[in-house]
Design a protein around this ligand. Structure first.
Ligand code: DLL
Length: 433
């Protein structure tokens, strides 16, 4: 049976959603114009006033916001409410340049937690469940977001945060956790540790997992489902728009429903900025129509995906996005070919390898090199060099047919690639260093 947190809105007729978006967008543009001088200037530069935006059909007229704008306006330049009305900040991990700092009023937090509650119920959660939140707590949005959503559903919430994997497993077993929330790479690590402890999936009470914050392939999903004996659901979001719960998977698992009463989604051509028709692959752009403190209009996520409005068997009517196929800034250009780390992962997992790998890109004598280091499973592990060479050759072939270029593959011993408790670092691009 499908569970909903707010069925009246999650399953509302399309016309009703459109009408709600129209009304909220008009109000939000006015709010931004009145309170965010940074964006008002951008509108003025395009000769726009709030009167030009009469419905969501006029959205395309508005200027984009990008990560560069967020950096320029750091820390207070995009706030829509005075600081005294804000109750929280969250922030991205920001490996390059300044971190993004997002502000929330109590109202913003409330709506964000509603979105996370929808995701938990879509994964089958109810107030009977015990939900272990093993995303990091703190500036990262994963822990606080799912924690709030879990409370709203009425689950017994175990706020373990990430790390201390054996203790995670102890809590899961002793307190009968039925839902696990963490990054997919941490879920895989928890599964691997359970296996080492001699535990089989039926000795683990978990039934569902809500995994996101980083790219993960369908193959990785199957692996996690098998080791933990659960159904694994995807959840997507970004700090700039609140955090997890911008979209989430339902029982159909054919894409993630975007919470369209809070966010309007568009797909654009990342080169030209032109809005693309439904079904095209391109960069995802979001307009938040309910956020007060950090109201971003037409924010370019850099995530590449496709939208579909085909009816969904779960009964929800909100648009679905595919798993992000990559990021415009994640895409590696190697000897002129476009390569997404997710393509490499698919080849590895399809050939029976675990999702423990590292991609090292370098430039030697003006030529790009692609080196993929892959862990063998304990069962594969051998010191027979002939066998290893044979296996490496197989992977080189697999990668060639997927990517159209030759990579160097190095098989390494089990457990030699560092495990991640949060987002995994898969790519080292030495060309930029
Ligand atoms: O990762 C929010 C989050 C927390 C989502 C927990 C899901 C679960 P940021 O740290 O700001 O926020 O990173 C946002 O992570 O633009 C995507 O590139 C990537 N991302 C998030 N969810 C997914 C997903 C959180 N399900 C960036 N699949 C986004 C692929 C994802 N990529």
């Amino acid at each position: 049976m499908e569970h909903y947190y707010q069925p009246e809105i999650e399953c509302a007729p399309r016309e009703q959603i459109k009408a709600l978006q129209d009304e909220r967008l008009v109000r939000q543009v006015r709010h931004v114009w009145d309170n965010v001088p940074y964006y008002r200037k951008k509108m003025e530069a395009k000769g726009l006033t709030p009167d030009d935006i009469k419905s969501s059909d006029d959205l395309w007229k508005l200027p984009f916001l990008s990560k560069a704008d967020l950096r320029e306006a750091y820390p207070y330049g995009l706030m829509g409410k005075p600081l005294k009305d804000c109750v929280r900040i969250q922030s991205t991990s920001g490996t390059t340049g300044k971190r993004v700092v997002a502000f929330y009023t109590q109202h913003d937090i409330d709506l964000w937690e509603d979105c996370c509650a929808r995701a938990i119920m879509a994964a089958g959660g109810t107030d009977e469940d015990v939900c272990q939140v093993s995303y990091g707590y703190g500036l990262f949005t994963g822990g606080p977001g799912l924690n709030g959503g879990s409370h709203k559903v009425g689950c017994l919430t175990i706020p373990t945060s990430s790390g201390n994997t054996e203790r995670q497993i102890m809590f899961i077993r002793d307190l009968n956790a039925t839902i696990l929330c963490c990054t997919p790479s941490y879920a895989a690590y928890i599964g691997e540790t359970m296996k080492e402890m001699g535990l089989t999936p039926d000795e683990i009470p978990l039934k569902a997992g809500i995994f996101g914050a980083e790219a993960w392939s369908q193959e990785m999903r199957r692996d996690i489902e098998n080791t933990l004996g659960i159904k694994a659901y995807d959840i997507y979001g970004l700090t700039e728009l609140s955090g997890p719960g911008v979209s989430f998977e339902c029982s159909a698992q054919t894409g993630m429903h975007i919470n369209e009463d809070h966010f309007i989604a568009e797909i654009i051509d990342p080169e030209t900025g032109e809005v693309l028709p439904e079904g095209s692959q391109g960069e995802l752009v979001f307009t938040s129509i309910t956020k007060e403190a950090f109201p971003l209009l037409r924010y370019r996520t850099r995530d590449i995906c496709t939208l579909t409005r085909e009816p969904c068997s779960c009964g929800r009517t909100h648009v679905k996005m595919t798993k992000p196929q990559g990021r415009t800034d994640d895409m590696l250009i190697i000897r002129g070919a476009n390569v997404f780390p997710s393509q490499i992962e698919t080849v590895l997992l399809n050939n029976g390898y675990p999702a423990n790998y590292q991609i090292i890109v370098d430039r030697v004598k003006n030529t790009d090199t692609l080196d993929v280091q892959v862990e063998m499973t304990p069962e594969m592990f051998t010191d027979n060099l002939g066998d290893i060479a044979e296996r490496q050759k197989e992977l080189v072939e697999g990668l060639r047919s997927m990517l159209g270029l030759t990579a160097k593959v190095t098989l390494v011993a089990p457990k030699s690639i560092v495990r991640s408790e949060g987002k995994a670092v898969r790519v080292i691009d030495k060309r930029k260093i």
